[in-house]
Design a protein around this ligand. Structure first.
Ligand code: GDP
Length: 439
């Protein structure tokens, strides 16, 4: 689901707006893992638009000395996570100095913003609405969260700004959404053989001309009741052959396959493993933020299987630190061996990629990890990491808040990444960090 964040200084009416949007589903609020006391989340169905909404209004009741600092952190995290921000001002009070830091955060993030001039029921607060131009966040929608005025305009604006959802497929299938999987690798690694084996022998009946006419790039499949969409490597190649641009397409085809997929299987020929091209493909999977599994194909040709497996696992640890712990699965597409193991690894990789960790668990981990191995001092000042939160999944993406974080050494970030992988069982997936420093 796309995410909408409600942002603004205390008392502008964020809670009221939140409650109005979440409506009768209020029971869902605070119901999901990953929600802290500081934040409220809910699912919204609003005139055909479906999205997740988060706000920071829960904080306002906290009324502690640290309120504004914590609210700022939560706001930053919410903005990072959001596809669209609803920036709320109090139209009657006008623009106050307290609005500015929050507006600054939104402007700096450069995200999509809908400006809401709240408390404007019955045409009140027009002066405040005018003033709001100064925020540089676009035209305000005069609104009343209390009385439901401006709802139509808000709906229009959301419709314009929310990303198209890709959920046009059979959504209510009890088996869930299909998992998108691509098998990539050098020519002759055995991709076509493996795909044909997965789909069953009848796939071999598909003639070359089918590749020209078929416009879909994916093949529907099912593994133990789980729906899978397999990227059609072979189909692409059939087309390429006909157009006689095989070399050129081989590269763009790999990129397309990686972009298509949620989990990418990089298939190696176990008799000639780890050439430069394989490492390039792994880098591509990492930079595109996909989850990864390594398949060692043609295992039937390997004489010393335990010995080679040990060597290759060590190679992976050494050559692929960015996806530490990645599953390495020996198999034979030709003989049909190891396919279940491969698919188990694919499903696990998808789950890891999709992980959401609650803010309280991350912060428990963070204080433990920073106590065990404190961040270094930089030019006499100690780097302080205060707070962490997960801002996105697919792949897992975390924000760190603290002081001097722009000086945080890469080696320390690696330490955190590896510690996080171990603590929350996140092997193989890329992990992203955003560092937010307050001084
Ligand atoms: P692709 O270019 O990656 O699609 O590779 P292909 O599927 O066309 O396979 C290339 C060659 O490797 C063919 O001659 C296959 O028969 C052979 N091959 C594929 N998988 C295996 C395997 O598991 N074991 C053995 N021994 N040969 C394989």
């Amino acid at each position: 689901l796309p995410t909408v964040a409600i942002v603004g200084r205390p008392n502008v009416g964020k809670s009221t707006l939140f409650n109005r949007l979440v409506g009768k589903k209020l029971a869902l609020v605070d119901d999901r893992p990953g929600v802290t006391r500081d934040r409220r989340e809910g699912d919204v169905a609003f005139g055909g638009l479906n999205f997740r909404i988060i706000d920071t209004a829960g904080l306002e009741e906290a009324d502690s000395a640290t309120l504004l600092g914590r609210m700022r952190m939560q706001t930053e995290a919410a903005i990072l996570e959001a596809d669209v921000v609803l920036f709320v001002i109090d139209a009657r009070a006008g623009i106050l100095p307290a609005d500015q830091p929050f507006a600054e955060l939104v402007r700096r993030a450069g995200c999509k913003v809908i400006l809401i001039a709240n408390k404007a029921e019955g045409g009140a607060g027009m002066a405040g609405a005018y003033e709001s131009f100064r925020l540089g966040l676009g035209d305000p929608i005069p609104f009343s969260a209390e009385h439901g005025e401006g709802i139509g305009e808000l709906h229009e604006a959301l419709k314009e700004n929310l990303p198209e959802s890709d959920e046009d497929e059979e959504d209510d299938d009890p088996r869930g959404k299909p998992l998108k999987v691509a098998i990539v690798g050098r020519p002759n690694a055995g991709k076509s053989t493996l795909i044909n084996r997965m789909l069953g022998e009848d796939r071999l009946l598909v003639g070359p001309e089918a590749g020209i006419t078929r416009d879909s790039i994916s093949l529907d499949w099912e593994w133990h009741g789980r729906r899978i969409k397999l990227h059609d490597t072979a189909g692409m190649r059939r087309r390429a052959r006909i157009e006689d641009k095989l070399e050129k397409l081989a590269v763009s085809d790999g990129i397309r396959a990686v972009r298509f997929a949620e989990v990418v299987v990089v298939l190696l020929d176990a008799t000639i493993p780890f050439e430069k091209q394989d490492l390039t493909i792994v880098d591509l999977v990492e930079s595109e933020g996909r989850s990864l599994v390594i398949g060692l194909n043609k295992w039937d040709l390997v004489a010393d299987q335990p010995g080679l497996l040990k060597t290759l696992r060590e190679d992976c640890t050494r050559l692929l630190p960015q996806v530490r712990g990645v599953a390495v699965v020996p198999l034979s597409g030709l003989a049909g061996d190891g396919l279940d193991k491969l698919m188990q690894a694919v499903i696990k990789a998808a789950d890891v990629w999709d992980t959401r960790i609650s803010t309280s668990r991350i912060n428990d981990w963070l204080s433990e990890a920073t106590q065990r191995n404190p961040p270094p001092a930089v030019s006499g000042r100690r780097i302080k990491i205060r707070y962490a939160t997960q801002v996105k999944s697919r792949p897992p993406h975390f924000a760190l808040f603290g002081n001097q974080l722009n000086a945080l050494p890469k080696s320390y970030q690696r330490y955190l990444t590896n510690s996080l992988r171990e603590s929350f069982d996140l092997p193989g997936t890329p992990i992203r960090w955003s560092l937010r420093t307050s001084s």
